[in-house]
Design a protein around this ligand. Structure first.
Ligand SMILES: Cc1cc2nc3c(=O)[nH]c(=O)nc-3n(C[C@H](O)[C@H](O)[C@H](O)COP(=O)(O)OP(=O)(O)OC[C@H]3O[C@@H](n4cnc5c(N)ncnc54)[C@H](O)[C@@H]3O)c2cc1C
Length: 301
């Protein structure tokens, strides 16, 4: 049955299929075991892939840049569909930018800067794709995807292409309708404002300088591990609980920014989960607040 699935998948995907691809090669945490099959398809191939997955009851994961996921050490028993090379084109018309879901937020921010368009500086240092960014409603320094998005093209679970306007995206803090309805984002259109190139560059440099100064960018991580609890900051709660530098195996609560769990020495997903549990328990015991992970868990833990 699995052999048959692979054979039929191969006949759909022009870019080839990879079996047992290690997910630590595709996540910024640099952890995660193998997935069953890995593909980086053309957009028009995705509906047939979804149909096949349904027929064979094969679970699938949409992968952007892997900067907000934790994949289990045992890997992922399913198909990984990467929004890759085939889907990274960026087009600009007036103040509007449309980008393939796989385009990096940095590339889109650079394209905006080069065209003198302001309003996307906040995203320039977020190491995700624009599809993943919209899915997560990513944000930083007072800006978020919600502020700039106009519409997105997506594929629903039945394999139909749909156009979704910003008003119908249910965007809120690290939440979107794309999560609720299992929609695959294939392209995103944002609207910016005309600005001064020097000022845009200065703002991007300022944000990226602040990131370098405050975040442990030298170590693999998934950024802020926990969501910001209302009226508080996860990093502060963790630091106040005395957990700075707490370590389990190769995973550590960053001393530079306690909201980050970092992979300091060949951490496993298991190390990261155990550390997360300790942090949650201790913060809950000391502050009464249960920290909720922002990171998405993939596979069995
Ligand atoms: C050093 C560092 C700093 C970070 N700073 C920030 C920050 O300032 N602000 C912030 O918000 N985040 C930040 N992040 C987290 C992360 O970069 C963002 O959440 C980003 O938007 C995730 O994009 P991605 O392409 O990597 O998504 P992935 O990690 O690949 O996927 C995340 C989720 O989105 C889904 N997904 C991805 N692409 C699609 C698609 N096309 N269609 C449907 N679903 C999709 C995946 O299935 C998964 O559930 C940081 C991470 C790191 C490592």
């Amino acid at each position: 049955m699995y052999e048959e699935f692979k054979e039929r998948l191969s006949s759909i995907i022009s870019t080839g299929i990879i079996e047992n691809e290690l997910m630590n090669r595709h996540t910024t945490f640099k952890v995660g075991g193998p997935c069953s099959v890995f593909i980086s398809p053309k957009i028009e191939e995705i509906p047939s892939v979804l149909k096949l997955c349904k027929e064979y009851e094969m679970p699938y994961l949409i992968l952007g840049r892997g900067s907000n996921i934790l994949v289990a050490d045992k890997g992922y028993d399913g198909l990984v569909i990467e929004m890759g090379e085939e889907n990274r084109q960026i087009t600009i018309s007036g103040t509007t930018i449309t980008a393939g879901a796989g385009a990096t937020l940095t590339a889109v921010a650079m394209a905006a800067y080069e065209s003198g368009l302001a309003g996307f500086e906040f995203a320039s240092g977020i190491p995700g794709s624009i599809g993943g960014g919209l899915f997560m409603n990513a944000g930083a320094y007072g800006g978020e995807m919600k502020d700039v998005v106009v519409s997105a093209k997506a594929i629903d679970e039945e394999g139909n292409f749909v156009m979704i306007n910003a008003d119908d995206m249910n965007l809120s803090y690290r939440h979107s309708r794309f999560m609720e309805d299992n929609l695959i984002i294939t392209s995103v259109t944002i609207n910016l404002t005309e600005g001064n190139k020097d000022e845009i560059k200065a703002l991007m440099d300022d944000y990226n300088g602040r990131r370098k100064e405050k975040q442990p960018l030298g170590f693999p991580s998934a950024g802020s591990f926990f969501k910001r609890p209302e009226g508080n900051f996860a990093g502060k709660l963790i630091e106040d609980a005395g957990l700075k530098g707490l370590r389990v195996g190769g995973a550590e609560v960053s001393s530079k920014h306690c909201g980050f769990i970092i992979n300091v020495d060949n951490a496993t997903s298991d190390d990261i989960i155990k550390l997360m549990n300790k942090v949650q328990d201790e913060v809950k015991a000391q502050s009464g607040i249960m920290l909720e992970p922002e990171v998405k868990f993939i596979g069995e833990f």
